[in-house]
Design a protein around this ligand. Sequence first.
Ligand SMILES: Cc1cc2nc3c(=O)[nH]c(=O)nc-3n(C[C@H](O)[C@H](O)[C@H](O)COP(=O)(O)OP(=O)(O)OC[C@H]3O[C@@H](n4cnc5c(N)ncnc54)[C@H](O)[C@@H]3O)c2cc1C
Length: 374
Amino acid sequence: MKPKIIVVGCGIVGAMIAYELSIQIAADICVIDEYSPAQGSTGAALGVLMGVISQKVKGRTWRLREKSIRRYRSLTDELQEQGYSVPFNSQGIVSLCFDEDKLSRWHQLKEKRAAQGWPLEIWSPGELKEKCPHIELESELKDENGDRTLRSVAAAIYSPMDAQVHPAKLTQALVAATQQKGVRFLFGAKVTGLNMNGSSCVGVQTAKGETAADWVILSAGLGSARLSEISAEPLELMPVLGQAMEIRLKGEVGDRTFQPVINGDDIQFVPLGKNRYWLGATVEFPEGDVPPSAKADGLKNLQQGAARFCHAIAQADILNTWSGLRPRPVGQPAPVIKPLGDIENVILATGHYRNGVLLAPATANAVCEHLKAM
Ligand SMILES: Cc1cc2nc3c(=O)[nH]c(=O)nc-3n(C[C@H](O)[C@H](O)[C@H](O)COP(=O)(O)OP(=O)(O)OC[C@H]3O[C@@H](n4cnc5c(N)ncnc54)[C@H](O)[C@@H]3O)c2cc1C
């Protein structure tokens, strides 16, 4: 008989796990979500996949990033062949460096990446202006006292192999493709607890009744913490708020044939086509035990911050604004992919904090490998 696997949560992580499980493991798979797909953090995400351009060069964090970047290259084509097209910007990421002192670190990263087989380019300000004419080389900064200083771009780091994907559309495509492979999805069903027999989990409880399982994968984002309380080693997650917006510029900017994601001062400027862009995201921590709430000036600062490196943003129309809560693990690095304490048949696959879209493929693969090894 095929093993029964329940995946709790259908954000990008749960959907990706279900998709990879359906390819790699012969099992009876059911995904359960309280709402419809991509309603949690995934619905707020910008889908920027900062793999090669990240400063992580070794260990688990780099391995997960590298695996994900590789998988993304084949995944979108694979989905396309099955009839599901997902917006994917493969023109790379340009990161603006305003600090000369940080340049040596970027040069070291470039060498390291070359040795790992990944290209990175370091552009002079002149090259940046030629390739991305909409990006300003000089910008004015105002300090708390209102004093102004002029700041210049020292260089731009271009990562052609990094990319950006539409997180909600990808999640929906994964759900549709996975359904075609026989996986069941139960939406509108909140998992209220895990049913135990000794130290083994035998299923999950929802308002609609009990569903039996041999394996439970907890990929419920922030909701994973409460469900993990059944263990002597529960997972602690901190909600970190992010605000973002969609804007439309008054006219076309840059080179129409080359529209990479631009990252300046940790603000992502994400091209969507037809002069529309996403801008994001703020990083707002809770104060004590109080969950973070959107700070009024967060969006204003975002737009002003981005307008420093692309002036056209200052006059843009704001089409939409939103926020979401990122699941950040407390006391351990993100993401958390491991059994829930001594409950060996419950696997935590959560706590992806700022990089859940990026790391979803590697997370799904790690879950598959874990199950295959058992
Ligand atoms: C503004 C913003 C911008 C971001 N930008 C990026 C980016 O550019 N790149 C990137 O890689 N990451 C980005 N992130 C981070 C990313 O969104 C998250 O890391 C990722 O979405 C986490 O995915 P998830 O599937 O684990 O969680 P979620 O998307 O939160 O999904 C969890 C799901 O579990 C369900 N659930 C919870 N509890 C239960 C329960 N008890 N029973 C049933 N269902 C339950 C929820 O309904 C939800 O659908 C961003 C986040 C924010 C907020």
